[in-house]
Design a protein around this ligand. Structure first.
Ligand code: PTJ
Length: 254
């Protein structure tokens, strides 16, 4: 990996790039994952590379939804593994649930490499290496699922995905939490809770919210969720982008 000096003004973004490139070199991230990261970077730049107020509200609602779920599940793909494998293990541990590897550009080699990486980071239970069923309505490898994991879950966290599986999971009656920097994506528009934030910032904050909210009565969690409106959150994200662009343009950009 190229050593990025901490003093570099684009440090976080360059480190993320290095991690995804490293994932491709080691064989757990797809080459297409590089393009997805570039798209994400662009939206993050437009957002001002910060967790906005609307994203913070979505993170809180997402944590409440995960805690209210009877059977929550977390999906991990090649980009997620490259960027936040340790953080995903911490989130799964805070919820006491397994992680499930699920890939669009699926190869058994990549699935195994990601599962091994998650175990190396401390995951006790990793699903996805032996899928035994599939999500109806999808004709690609992302349909593959595991009973006792995503297939039977009532709430599924799907970071960095296109819209197909989100819609198929919703059609199965599940509730879906997305992490996606693009507030206009199909996933963001369809999900029950859309966290428009960089996964690097969102996952540690989600874990922190899960820890904090886990001591609260169920009625408090239900209140958070009832007050949450995904459409309003996405409108908030778009407005935050507009405001940031206006501000940067007035200041003169770097
Ligand atoms: O590992 P695989 O085979 O399952 O493939 C994973 C990718 C990400 C390549 C695959 O799911 C894909 O092609 O996804 P898309 O359609 O490019 O969608 C990814 C979404 O995630 C886009 O809307 C990006 O803006 C967003 N995104 C990219 N990087 C980040 C991000 N969102 C949050 N944090 C990021 N770092």
């Amino acid at each position: 990996m190229t050593e990025i000096p901490k003093s570099h003004p684009r440090y976080a973004s360059l480190v993320a790039r290095e991690r995804v490139a490293e994932g491709v070199k080691k064989g757990y991230t797809s080459t297409q994952g590089l393009i997805a990261q570039g798209r994400g970077e662009c939206f993050d730049y437009l957002l001002g590379e910060r967790t906005t107020a609307s994203a913070a509200a979505a993170i809180r609602a997402g944590a409440a939804l995960l805690l209210l779920a009877e059977r929550p599940a977390i999906s991990v793909n090649g980009n997620v593994a490259a960027l936040v494998s340790e953080e995903m293990v911490a989130l799964a541990r805070a919820l006491n649930i397994p992680l499930e590897v699920n890939l669009f550009h699926r190869s058994e080699d990549r699935v195994k490499k990601i599962a091994d990486l998650l175990r190396e980071k401390g995951a006790e239970d990793v699903l996805g290496e032996r899928p035994d069923t599939s999500v109806p309505g999808l004709d690609h490898a992302r349909a593959l699922a595991t009973r006792g994991g995503i297939y039977d879950a009532d709430v599924v966290l799907i970071p960095l995905e296109d819209g197909d599986r989100c819609e198929a999971l919703l059609a199965m009656g599940k509730r879906v939490i997305a992490i996606d920097l693009n507030p206009l994506s199909r996933t963001a528009k369809k999900a029950t809770v859309s966290i428009v934030d960089n996964i690097l910032r969102a996952v540690p904050q989600l874990t922190e919210e899960v820890r904090q909210l886990s001591n609260k009565p169920l009625s408090d969690l239900e209140k958070i969720l009832n007050e949450y409106d995904n459409q309003e959150t996405l409108a908030g994200a778009v407005q935050e982008i507009r405001d940031h662009l206006d501000e940067q343009f007035r200041k003169g950009s770097d």
